[in-house]
Design a protein around this ligand. Sequence first.
Ligand code: DOR
Ligand code: ZN
Ligand code: ZN
Length: 358
Amino acid sequence: MIRLPGLIDPHVHLREPGATYKEDFDSGTAAALAGGFTAVLAMPNTKPPLTNGPSLAQAQAAAQDKARCDYGIYLGAGADNVASAAECALQVCGLKMYLDQTFGPLRLDELATLRDHVAHWPVDRPLAVHAEGRNLAAILFLAALHERPLHVCHVSRKAEITLIRAAKEKGIKVTCEVTPHHLFLTEDDLPQLGAGRGEVRPRLATAADRDALWANLEVIDCFATDHAPHTLAEKDGENPPPGFPGLETALGLLLTAVHEGRMTLDDLLIRTHTNPRHIFGLPDQPETFVEVDPDALWEVQAAQMYTRCGWTPFEGMRLRGRVRRVTLRDRLAYADDQVLAPPGYGVDLAPFAQNEIY
Ligand code: DOR
Ligand code: ZN
Ligand code: ZN
């Protein structure tokens, strides 16, 4: 058995408020604990989207009642909250800007709106973006112009990771995350997954893109699941929404890569604990650790999972490395496949967050 620090996932969708039949703070944080995560940062593309005080309060109240592990909540950047967003800055783990079309209505279209958000959001609070392709170049330029840190979500393509490498080499303050699904799946897996289940944004990319992510591991600051649950009926129906669940498979996939010698355990821990904590200024979680059997071989089965969505793109995969016990703030939170931390045990970390200007 090996002991790891509590993992931090800086990118999950817990669907509350508005779509709790897909997931809620209870089921989503149960899935997190089962996956070895003791803190998750929840995205604002809910119903309603979290763009102001009242909608944020709704999500905070649900989380306070139901979360089983620690969490933070993002504010969403909209066309009409440039001036008011900063009022919420100390209550959230960061501002999320969507430059590309994905699930929900939060996409920003106007260059002027992008610029104004980049200019107004406090420089010492995290700014995270969904920005693919040319949109990545645009937002990198704006962040550089305003000399403020930028965190790029779910980088998936060779041209993007090499652009981020070049930006870092120029001294631009950019960090980035990559998902397990973009490290372990490609468009070649689409026929087997099925068209609807394979929908995800960013899309599954080419084998060359995947290989470029692995080749640029040193440029990747975090592994983030982008846990984005939609039900099987939705994924297999008309107009399948994009998104994969990922909380309960991430650590197994990454430990399997460690087992195969594709990265070290240190590489894994820097990207699932040290860097996310640093980038988001999260407080230490005392007496918090994950006990893992690194040699245990297990088969991925959605039927065994805590996520409410009922499926996984990794069904049937055999992985090495399994979470046995999770201790969160001195309390046994998960053991023997059972989630033990009750709803309401989770703490909102955002008010305790502190960012250095770096
Ligand atoms: O595939 C995705 N699903 N990508 C996103 O950016 C959003 C997410 C969701 O909320 O379902
Ligand atoms: Zn996204
Ligand atoms: Zn996302």
